[in-house]
Ligand binder design. Structure first.
Ligand code: NAD
Length: 457
């Protein structure tokens, strides 16, 4: 069992402190706002019947752990930090509309104090950020502490995933825990703390880097916001067109792909998505819907076209705007694996752009060659500098680099030694984040550019 302190007796801090105490840890919740602490004090002493926040089950949980001596609260932040081995930061990070960014001053305040306490009492502590913070805040906290203390400590990220209204249930029975660490010691401690929540399924504890964990919280909320947004856009259109959105919901929820398209790439393609979103946008326009609703659909289409050229921009950064004299091996022409359909494929945008800049292309696809040529001809594109090759590895001959645009299985685990020896430069552009990143990181002389992973260069 650990000695834990929690900074911030707000919604997250109160619930987290109570749940940690309930696990048997010795917990001190501290806040700079005496009103919050006095309120908790009155509640625990039965002078008032309410807590500063209402959540089902919280009152009983909080009071019981207080009575049983595992949970305490204070405004004496210094002592609370001093007494603890682990400090969870759960202070507010409101968005500052004037500055246009998250206000991290409360996090900074806690970090400064931790630095002072550590300097006065140099014993290892783990500082865990539970607040929702922009990527890089863990680094910031570390640097603030280092300004006053040069000894051992770790910073980790553990973004809160509970939702108001079901906070106690979410915290007692979490469906997942995110742990962002950069040290084995921090990983061991946090796994120990959270293991009891998942006795039969440790795979629900997601361990990743600190930056990954920080961004994950924004990913959850942005996906969910986008879903609410799109639901409202569709309901607006349903309403005006005489359809009933409520009747459609079960069928939408029955599409198991919804919510699962989380692998990044060079945009969506195929015969349906662009055509159907475009047609729906037209319907919304004809129905006289507001510009926000229409623009929501427009932006999907525009961003998708931009995405198709995402890696071309990287190629240009590396080889220059003028690609004459540069040969590029391309794997993948169809819009996705296991089909010869090239309609709206990224290859139909990315390859013409490279050809236009003077590049020579040596391309391979297991099934889509014929369809691709037909489509390129119908667009009037000069094919002189395009060669289609039967064997995927033969595309590499005379090529400076490899560009993967789709996800056929044969592209997933290529022989990297062949790539290294045959390519003029060991450079890979991976438009589907397909290759084994950990393996690539071990390769000397490799430059690797993908969509959602850090570059290797
Ligand atoms: N509320 C939610 O549903 C929820 C869910 C998940 C994550 N989060 C995130 O968790 C964080 C906290 O959210 P909240 O809703 O609990 O905030 P809150 O505003 O309710 O509480 C924050 C508390 O921190 C205290 N505080 C400020 N500076 C302090 C310091 N230096 N030392 C000690 N205490 C200090 C404040 O007095 C306040 O009581 C935010 O980053 C938020 O985005 C919130």
């Amino acid at each position: 069992m650990y000695k834990i302190s929690v900074a911030g007796a707000g919604f997250v801090g109160i619930v987290h402190a109570a749940v940690m105490a309930n696990q048997g840890h010795k917990v001190i919740l501290f806040d700079i706002d005496p009103k919050k602490i006095n309120h908790l004090n009155s509640y625990c002493k039965n002078e008032t019947n309410t807590m500063p926040i209402y959540e089902e089950g919280l009152e009983e949980l909080f009071r019981r752990n207080y009575r049983e001596g595992r949970l305490n609260f204070t405004t004496d932040s210094y002592s609370a930090i001093k007494e603890s081995e682990i400090i969870f930061i759960a202070v507010g990070t409101p968005f500052d509309d004037k500055e246009g960014k998250a206000n991290l001053s409360y996090v900074e305040g806690v970090a400064k104090l931790i630095g002072q306490v550590l300097n006065d009492n140099p014993i290892y502590k783990l500082i865990v950020d539970k607040s929702t913070v922009p990527v890089g805040t863990g680094e910031m906290v570390k640097n603030i502490i280092k300004q006053t203390y040069s000894g051992e400590f770790d910073v980790a990220s553990n973004p809160e995933t509970l939702a108001e209204g079901s906070a106690v249930k979410d915290a007692l029975y979490p469906n997942r825990i995110i742990i962002g660490i950069d040290s084995p010691r921090a990983e061991k401690i946090l796994k120990e703390i959270y293991a009891p929540f998942f006795l039969h399924n440790a795979s629900k504890i997601h361990v990743m880097g600190i930056r990954d964990a920080e961004l994950s919280k924004y990913a959850f909320n942005t996906f969910l916001s986008a879903q609410v947004h799109m639901t409202n856009v569709l309901a607006n259109i349903a309403k005006e067109s005489g359809a009933n959105w409520r009747a459609i919901i079960p069928a939408v929820l029955g599409d198991e792909r919804i919510g699962r398209f989380v692998h990044p790439g060079l945009g969506f393609g195929g015969s349906c998505f662009r055509k159907d979103v475009s047609a729906l946008k037209r319907t919304a326009t004809d129905l006289g819907l507001d510009e926000h609703t229409i623009n929501s659909l427009k932006i999907i289409l525009e961003q998708n076209e931009y995405q198709k050229l995402k890696l071309n921009k990287k190629i240009i950064n590396l080889f220059g705007e003028d690609l004459s004299g540069t040969t590029i091996a391309v794997w993948g022409l169809s819009f996705k694996k296991d089909t010869n359909d090239v309609r709206d494929a990224a290859s139909l945008v990315a390859i013409p752009d490279l050809l236009k800049r003077g590049a020579k292309i040596r391309a391979h696809d297991p099934q889509a060659n014929e369809e691709f040529i037909k489509e390129m001809k119908s667009k009037g594109i000069d094919l002189t500098n395009l060669t289609l090759v039967e064997d995927q590895y033969e595309t590499l001959n005379d090529s400076e680099c490899l560009f993967i645009t789709n996800d056929w299985n044969e592209y997933r685990n290529p022989d990297l030694e062949i790539l290294k020896t045959r390519l003029k430069k060991f450079i890979i552009f991976d438009g589907k984040d397909l290759l084994d990143y950990n393996l690539l990181k071990q390769k000397e002389d490799l430059k690797y550019f993908s969509i959602g992973r850090p570059d290797i260069s």
